[in-house]
Design a protein around this ligand. Structure first.
Ligand code: URP
Ligand code: ZN
Ligand code: ZN
Ligand code: ZN
Length: 457
């Protein structure tokens, strides 16, 4: 049955008007005032805001990491995302060093296929660039995986050196793809970790102290420089701080555009969390939370157009898993749960508090990621012919975040007890009501793999 969304305030990255949206099958069939119902199921959106489905381009579902697996599966993670208005996530495939990209793709497909509730795509993390990998780049792009991730840290597990970086960038450039980086200096971090451990400084605070701003600023600048040399389009994931953003600003002075993603936690949480030795492990992630001045830089960077995308780096571990590092911060699995609350947190803390406009909110939670990662205009906007991925937000409804009520498979939340204003009421994914009044209406297997095109931003 067609669905008619009546009288919502429909907001995209560049428009804002009260109108109706007619959904037929999986797509948006018509937009306009006073559209006739003609037997469609009517959803009254009076007083509500309707935005394109959120896209979180940075999640880690069921990822093998630091001797364990992140605790959300494709099913639980994408369902939690839908609850919070995120209809598409992009997850990271990790090449195993010494193995092919194809074998990693098959491993990830094995976990995802038939299990996701919401839509998903993949990035390919190249952890070992060699002549064999080089041959595979074109083939991986043909699978609809057009962004390649590099790690400049996690030596011995994921990190590549600059020689591999140059080679990868040159190859990806040839095929019109994008190279992204976890841009922190792995050698410098490992040196600081070793120093702290040698001194018996083992609490979560020393996770933070082992990754000072310079470790991120240096690698961000180096990544931008190598990208400029090769001419590839560069994108920095989870950028957290002033020093790193200044490197991006510097790149603009030679007319290079380095795309930037930050994550919701870097806007809202700060490093004082690490002073709590008992609970600090909840927010052990890399890069770590920063200072208030960095939060201010990031909010400004969003409005300056330097920060393009908001992700989460959703990588949850149960508390029991975090306790692997009870005696030593360097053994705490890095990551935290966030995919469910990115949209509502940004609405409440960003839009309601006057830091960003509603259009900007849509731009950084959905539209820019769709363009950068080759899904626009199928995803990321509200237009005729686009997927009917729609989020209806009640701007005045308040609610409180708690691990007791969230849908992520994690037994704590960094935002426990936060009261938010603005709540996701109803979510449509490809024309189906996926979430209504807090209940999931689509099940395991509804989520589809999205074959992405080349970046177009
Ligand atoms: O702490 C983090 N970020 N864990 C996930 C892996 C990564 O670096 O993105
Ligand atoms: Zn919520
Ligand atoms: Zn990372
Ligand atoms: Zn990550």
């Amino acid at each position: 049955m067609p669905i008619l969304l009546k009288n919502g305030r429909v907001v995209t990255a560049d428009s804002d008007a009260v109108c109706d949206i007619l959904v037929e099958g999986e797509i948006i069939a018509a937009l306009g005032r006073n559209l006739p119902a003609n037997g469609a199921e009517v959803i009254d959106c009076t007083g509500k805001i309707v935005v394109p489905g959120g896209i979180d381009p940075h999640v880690h579902l069921e990822m093998p990491f630091m001797g364990t697996f992140s605790s959300d599966t494709y099913e639980t993670g994408t369902r939690a995302a839908l609850h919070g208005g995120t209809t598409t996530v992009i997850d990271f495939i990790l090449q195993k060093q010494g193995h092919s990209l194809r074998s990693a793709l098959e491993e990830w497909q094995g976990r995802a296929t038939g299990n996701a509730v919401g839509d998903y795509g993949f990035h390919m993390a190249v952890t070992n660039f060699n002549p064999g990998t080089k041959e595979e780049i074109k083939e991986i792009m043909a699978e609809g995986i057009t962004s390649f991730k590099t790690f400049m840290a996690y030596k011995g597990a994921l990190m590549i050196d600059d020689a591999q970086m140059v080679g990868l960038m040159a190859e990806v450039k040839k095929h019109g793809g994008l190279v992204t980086a976890h841009a922190t200096n792995g050698d410098l971090i490992d040196t600081l970790v070793a120093q702290h451990r040698a001194q018996g400084l083992l609490t979560p605070l020393y996770h933070y102290r082992s990754q000072p701003e310079v470790t991120e600023a240096e690698a961000s600048g180096r990544f931008a420089d190598i990208a400029n040399y090769t001419g590839v389009q560069a994108y920095i994931v989870h950028l957290t701080c002033e020093g790193a953003l200044n490197q991006v600003r510097r790149a603009t002075e030679r007319n290079q555009r380095v795309l930037v993603e930050t994550c919701i936690q870097y806007l809202l949480l700060d490093a004082s969390r690490y002073e709590d030795a008992a609970k600090g492990a909840q927010v052990v992630m890399s890069p770590p939370l920063r200072e208030k001045k960095d939060q201010a830089t990031l909010w400004a960077g969003i409005n300056q157009g330097l920060v393009n995308v908001l992700g989460t780096d959703h990588c949850p571990f149960m508390w029991e898993q975090k306790l692997l590092g009870k005696e030593d911060f360097s053994k705490i699995p890095n990551g935290h749960p966030a995919v469910e609350h990115r949209v509502e947190l940004l609405f409440s803390e960003g839009v309601n508090k006057g830091r960003i406009t509603l259009n900007k909110f849509v731009e950084i939670t959905s539209t820019n990621a769709a363009k950068i990662f080759g899904m626009f205009p199928r995803k990321g906007t509200i237009s005729i012919g686009a997927d009917a991925d729609l989020v209806i937000i009640d701007p005045n409804k308040t609610h409180i975040i708690s691990a007791a009520t969230h849908h992520m498979n994690c037994d704590y939340s960094a935002y426990e007890g936060w009261e938010l204003t603005g709540k996701v009421d109803t979510v449509l994914l490809r024309g189906k009501v996926a979430i209504d009044a807090g209940k999931a209406k689509v099940g395991r297997g509804y989520g589809q793999f999205i074959r992405r095109g080349k970046p177009n931003f």
